[in-house]
Design a protein around this ligand. Structure first.
Ligand SMILES: Nc1ncnc2c1ncn2[C@@H]1O[C@H](COP(=O)(O)OP(=O)(O)OP(=O)(O)O)[C@@H](O)[C@H]1O
Ligand SMILES: [Mg+2]
Length: 510
């Protein structure tokens, strides 16, 4: 008897089979359905597969026959038919291990239904190294976990917008937190700013800190004091190049950088922002007018400066998830903050030569590290991608534009969660960066539902399609709540059109 729980195979392989696909005949069509998981037994080896197509076929009743001839055969009971299933090979079980299937399956091999036990035991990992992320697609009974060790060589979460990237990232954060990981999240749209709220958030709240700046535009203003802390900078702590970065002056704009350095040199005590602005006023006319636009930017964001710079031990601590809400900033300023935090951590890790593992989640990674970008944050992310694991820093890059993400960083990600993607250019970028993704898996990407993902690379035994679980913690904080905004807009419109009626309806409502 096989794992199927029945003593009879459901079918036998027939015709031409390759290592990728096999076809089998079944006696009873009601016993099988599309997307079901099965395995073909070849001696002691089992090749696990998934049914992609179920067809019926007749050699006698072919498409060239007319109605009368077909009817004659049917009435005399001579008509033949077979039911065929076409399956895609997922992996081959040999002893305790599961590997990509490369061997041909001979015709006549028995095919059995794959049991929960067989699938779970070969797809999951021992508890201490596993992150539970959902179940096998179309098999709610088969829990799926990924291997923490696989994250040593970084992870990419890729999909088009709305497919479930942030949800998948939050699921991983929750699981990593349970395992005691330190996590830093670069969050440009305040997608994670509400993770401490609600019933489920309360369970994680003591391990999560949300850092916002006075510029944050996340939708959680009424609760800011209670759920988040302010991330601040002390102007006196900044080098001239950092001030230039904050002002959005590019690395190669050497004249403007030189002017900032001159102003910085001429500052009087206490060398704070006010002193910097006074020193600017003393510049000669030409330099002053060249830099004046940038000075206006600095004045606009002046409230990010305070009496102290948030120290590293506030945002880096064993088992703590720190979310850096970068909403409300332009890209240059986000880059500066992101670089400041990651560089501080990187240097401390290099100095300590490892220490606790730190996972860095980068939302909208294509904006921080576009192809060939030479900004400090891009260089930092490339450095973490190529050398971070030596010091215990691991990247999780999240992007809806994999084609616009630096390909060096993407190809250093040896694991990937790929949700729905329909754009062929983005599919091509993924294909080129991922060795373990086959052409046939690529074909699955456009047809995935929200939350369904191809998992591939070092953190899974074989590439599989998962239905990722819903995150436990609250989502959003940055997204526009379109429905309630429209409700507000309708109220205001009604009020404008009919002020007395509006008052009456309010009264009735009370
Ligand atoms: N696995 C899932 N199970 C149930 N709902 C999900 C799942 N994944 C995503 N969703 C829902 O789909 C919506 C979009 O998900 P999410 O915000 O994670 O997508 P995204 O890819 O990050 O989108 P964007 O590109 O806009 O950032 C959300 O409302 C989320 O609750
Ligand atoms: Mg998102």
């Amino acid at each position: 008897m096989q794992e199927s729980g029945s003593d009879k195979p459901i079918g036998y392989t027939v015709g031409e089979n390759s290592s990728d696909r096999f076809t089998f005949v079944v006696s009873d069509i009601s016993e099988v359905s599309k997307w079901e998981y099965i395995f073909a037994a070849i001696g002691k080896r089992k090749v696990i597969g998934r049914i992609e197509k179920v067809v019926s076929r007749s050699d006698l009743l072919n498409q060239d026959m007319d109605f009368t001839s077909v009817k004659k055969y049917v009435d005399t009971d001579l008509a033949d038919h077979v039911f065929l299933c076409q399956a895609k090979s997922l992996g081959s079980v040999e002893g305790d291990s599961l590997m990509l299937s490369r061997k041909i399956i001979p015709p006549g091999s028995p095919v059995w239904r794959a049991s929960q036990d067989l699938l779970e035991s070969h797809l999951s990992y021992p508890e201490e190294r596993s992150l539970y992320i959902g179940h096998l697609v179309d098999r709610n009974d088969v829990r799926l976990s990924v291997d923490i060790n696989g994250l040593k060589r970084h992870l990419a979460i890729l999909a088009q917008t709305g497919a479930g990237k942030s949800n998948a990232a939050a699921v991983l954060m929750e699981e990593l937190l349970k395992k005691g990981a330190s996590i830093i999240v670069l969050d440009p749209h305040a997608d994670y700013a509400l993770m401490r709220t609600g019933k489920s958030g309360a369970r994680y709240a003591s391990d999560i800190r949300i850092f916002r700046t006075p510029l944050s535009s996340g939708r959680y203003n009424s609760q800011t004091g209670t759920i988040s802390s302010l991330f601040t900078l002390r102007f006196q702590d900044l080098e001239p190049d950092e001030i230039s970065d904050i002002m959005g002056i590019k690395e190669d704009w050497s004249t403007l950088r030189r002017i900032v350095a001159d102003i910085h040199n001429n500052m009087k005590p206490p060398r704070d922002l006010a002193a910097f602005l006074s020193a600017h006023k003393e510049l000669n006319g030409e330099d002053s007018s060249k830099i004046s636009g940038r000075i206006r930017i600095l004045m606009k964001i002046s409230n990010i400066f305070s009496d102290s710079t948030t120290p590293m031990d506030e945002y880096l601590s064993p088992g703590q998830l720190s979310i850096l809400d970068l909403s409300g900033m332009d890209q240059a300023l986000s880059n500066y903050f992101a670089h400041r935090v990651l560089n501080t951590i990187y240097e401390s890790k290099v100095e300590a030569n490892e220490g606790f593992p730190v996972f860095v989640f980068v939302e909208e990674a294509h904006n921080f590290v576009p192809p060939g970008s030479r900004t400090l944050i891009a260089q930092m992310l490339r450095k973490i991608a190529s050398e971070g694991r030596k010091f215990g820093m691991f990247l999780v890059v999240i992007s809806q534009r994999p084609g616009k993400l630096d390909q060096d960083v993407l190809s250093q990600c040896n694991s990937a969660i790929i949700l729905r993607i329909t754009n062929p250019l983005d599919q091509k970028a993924i294909m080129e960066s991922s060795e373990s993704l086959s052409e046939s898996m690529l074909q699955d990407l456009p047809s995935l539902n929200i939350g369904e993902a191809v998992l591939t690379g070092e953190f899974v035994r074989i590439p599989v399609i998962a239905a990722i679980r819903k995150r436990e913690t609250a989502e959003g904080g940055g997204d526009v709540d379109l429905i309630s905004l429209l409700r507000e807009a309708r109220k205001i419109r009604d009020q404008r059109k009919n002020p007395s009626g509006f008052k009456k309806s309010l009264k009735e409502g009370w």
